[in-house]
Design a protein around this ligand. Sequence first.
Ligand code: NI
Length: 181
Amino acid sequence: MAILDIITAPDPRLKVKSTPVDRVDDEVRGLMDDLLETMYAEDNGVGLAAPQVGVAKRVLVIDLSRGEEVPDPLCMANPEVISFSEDLVSTEEGCLSVPEHYAEVVRPASVRLHYLDRDNEIREMDAEDFPAICIQHEIDHLDGVLFIDHLTAIKRSMILRKLSKTRKHTTAKTAATAPVL
Ligand code: NI
């Protein structure tokens, strides 16, 4: 396991559509472990997708346990949303690749998806509320989409301008106060 460097916007690697894995083998499991360790090293990290460490593969990890709770990692390869609810919900989102910026994003409140788990088994799952938001945020990363891409062009360019100014002096590690995806 290794802690990898998290890349931050406006790095062009975050805008790439990632490719599916053929199967979940030891190499993909190693990537999942590295993603988990990298996410756990961030105070409030609850989700991380492979493109955020510069790997253009459709792999992501999520762990919504907080603080002293027992870790509850969820590892997915090739996740695909099959259906989503018509109800929408607005949630304040943050992202390890967009450090120190938070904004309300509107998304479907629940989703059904399938994915390959750590053992290369096909799983189907229903998610609602915050887990559904996390999953959609992480799947967006696999398609080269950041949460700021859901904002108005003005808000997005304001955030990107600030990030371009500060990225030379800071790293992705920040004392975040809210969960970051
Ligand atoms: Ni993110």
